[in-house]
Write a protein that binds this ligand. Structure first.
Ligand code: FES
Length: 142
């Protein structure tokens, strides 16, 4: 039921860990399943994401989507990273079972939370970035 790519990123997740003194860090959870994802970003002076790391306390699909999300945002500008939506992450993983789509929302929102933190620390506004939620259940209900 899972694609090979999902299994690969679940079994060998990329970019697991923390970044010391990150440019931005964000944590989001899903109260329904209890899963939590924390995303760390290192962003250079030109607004390019040099490094992305994550820690996910959650299901396999959440691990795989965090892994793929960090791979996708690396090397991108802050603006480009906003295009890394949960759909983009799912596509890069060759899809997720319908019941697991919400897990990819956690990845998108964790990126947004880290970018929000970066913007706040630097006193800048990232166009198109909305204030992230702590619990993605709020998004699912929208
Ligand atoms: Fe909660 Fe996957 S079941 S994120």
């Amino acid at each position: 039921m899972y694609s090979e790519k999902v299994m690969d990123h679940f079994s060998n997740p990329r970019n697991v860990g923390e970044i010391e003194n990150p440019s931005g860090v964000g944590t989001v959870g899903n109260a329904k399943c209890g899963d939590i994802m924390r995303m760390y970003l290192d962003i250079d002076d030109n607004g390019v994401i040099r490094e992305a790391k994550f820690k996910t306390f959650g299901c396999g699909a959440a691990v795989a989507t965090s892994s793929m999300a960090t791979e996708l945002v690396k090397g991108k500008t802050v603006q480009e990273a906003l295009q890394v939506t949960n759909k983009a992450v799912m596509e890069a993983l060759d899809g997720l079972p319908p019941l697991k789509v919400h897990c990819s929302l956690l990845a998108e929102e964790a990126i947004h939370a880290a970018l929000w933190d970066y913007a706040k620390k630097n006193g800048i506004v990232i166009e198109g970035l909305k204030e992230p939620v702590d619990d993605i259940e709020e998004l699912e209900e929208e």
